[in-house]
Design a protein around this ligand. Structure first.
Ligand SMILES: CCCCCCCC/C=C\CC(=O)SCCNC(=O)CCNC(=O)[C@H](O)C(C)(C)COP(=O)(O)OP(=O)(O)OC[C@H]1O[C@@H](n2cnc3c(N)ncnc32)[C@H](O)[C@@H]1OP(=O)(O)O
Length: 279
C-alpha cells in the first residue's frame, strides 16, 4: 500500500463542491468471490462510461474494498459482455461548465490513483470493448484477460482529436514498450485481443465463455501470494508514477481543462459525440 500521507493527499484533492452528489453505488456492484477476493462490476448502462459520478463511485468502491484488511485481491469486470467500458463520458467534455470539468478530471485522476496504487492483486476481465478510458481502467490492473475476435482495446484519443494525459501515456509505455506505444498512440490504434496480446497490452486472450472463469481462477491464485511482499513490490514499481501525479495534480487539471475548452477541441468533441449518437 502507498503511504498514508499520499493517500490522504489524494482524497483531500477530490472534489468537495456541494453541487456534487455523493458517489452513487447503483453504477457498480461489489461482491465477494472468496473471503479474501472482491469482485467489482461496472454496471452503468449502456456503455460503462466514466462520468464524474461514475469515476467518484469507482474510487470510493476501491477505497472501501482496500479498507477491509481481509481482502487481498480484486477482480474488475463489466456487467456487459459487449462493453467493458467505452471510456470517458464524452458528454462531460462537450460544452462543459468549467468548474464541473475540473472536478471531472480530478475524479478521473482519482480512479487512476485508487487502483494503480492499490495494495491488492488486481485482474481485469475484459470481455467487451475497452477504448481510451476503458483501456485506462484495465491498464491499472496487474493482469488482463480479454476476449478474442471481436472487441477492441487501446488508446484512440489521437483519432478523436485529443491526447492521453502523460500518466496514462506512461502507463501504456510501461506496458507495451516505447516503440509499440508510439505507433499505437500516434495513430489512435484500437487492437483486437489477439493484436493486444502480441504487443503485451493484455496477458491472455480467450473465447468469450472462457474469459470470466479464467479471470476468477487467476485472481484466486494471485490472492495467495504473500500480501506484504506484493504490496511493497507494487509500490517500488509504481510509486514514482503515482507520486508524480500527486505532486502535479492541479497542473494536470489545468492542462486538461484548457485543452478541452478550446474552440477547436470543442468542435471535434461535439462532432464525435453526434456521430456516436447517430450510429
Ligand atoms: C489534451 C487534452 C486531452 C483531453 C482528453 C484526455 C482524456 C484522455 C482519456 C480518455 C479519453 C476517453 O476515454 S474519450 C472516450 C473514448 N471512447 C470512445 O471513443 C468509444 C466510443 N464508443 C464506441 O466506439 C462504441 O460505443 C463501442 C465500440 C464502445 C460500443 O459500440 P456499440 O455499438 O455496442 O454501442 P453504441 O455505440 O451504440 O453505444 C451505446 C450508447 O452509449 C453511448 N456512448 C458510447 N460511448 C460513449 C462515450 N465514450 N461517451 C458518451 N456516450 C457514449 C452511445 O452514444 C450510445 O448512446 P445511445 O444509446 O443514446 O445512442
Amino acid at each position: 500500500m502507498f503511504s498514508t500521507a499520499a493517500r490522504a493527499l489524494a482524497s483531500r484533492s477530490l472534489p468537495r463542491a456541494p453541487s456534487i452528489l455523493p458517489p452513487s453505488r447503483s453504477m457498480l456492484t461489489v461482491s465477494r468471490l472468496s473471503p479474501s477476493v472482491a469482485e467489482l462490476t461496472l454496471d452503468k448502462a449502456p456503455a460503462n462510461t466514466l462520468s464524474l459520478e461514475m469515476a467518484l463511485a469507482f474510487s470510493a468502491a476501491v477505497s472501501e474494498i482496500e479498507a477491509d484488511p481481509s481482502v487481498t485481491a480484486l477482480l474488475l469486470r463489466s456487467s456487459s459482455t459487449k462493453i467493458f467500458s467505452a471510456g470517458l463520458d464524452i458528454s462531460e467534455m462537450s460544452g462543459p461548465e468549467p468548474a464541473r470539468l475540473a472536478d471531472f478530471w480530478r475524479a478521473i485522476q482519482g480512479t487512476y490513483l485508487s487502483l494503480y496504487s492499490s495494495r491488492l492483486a488486481t485482474v481485469a476481465c475484459i470481455e467487451g470493448h475497452a477504448p481510451a478510458g476503458g483501456c485506462l481502467l484495465s491498464l491499472m490492473a496487474d493482469y488482463r484477460i480479454m476476449t478474442g475476435g471481436g472487441p477492441r482495446i487501446g488508446l484512440n484519443e489521437t483519432a478523436l482529436g485529443i491526447a492521453a494525459p502523460y500518466w496514462l501515456k506512461d502507463m501504456f509505455v510501461e506496458t507495451v514498450g516505447r516503440r509499440n506505444a508510439e505507433l499505437a498512440l500516434l495513430k489512435g490504434t484500437l487492437f483486437t485481443g489477439e493484436e493486444a496480446l502480441a504487443v503485451g497490452l493484455v496477458d491472455e486472450v480467450l473465447p468469450l465463455e472462457e474469459v470470466y472463469p479464467r479471470a476468477k481462477e487467476e485472481v484466486l491464485k494471485l490472492a495467495r501470494i504473500p500480501a506484504k511482499g506484493r504490496a511493497e513490490t507494487k509500490r517500488l514499481l509504481r510509486g514514482a508514477a503515482v507520486d508524480e501525479l500527486l505532486a502535479g495534480r492541479e497542473a494536470d487539471v489545468a492542462w486538461f481543462t484548457e485543452f478541452v475548452l478550446e474552440e477547436g477541441t470543442q468542435k471535434g468533441i461535439k462532432a464525435y459525440l453526434d456521430s456516436l449518437k447517430k450510429k
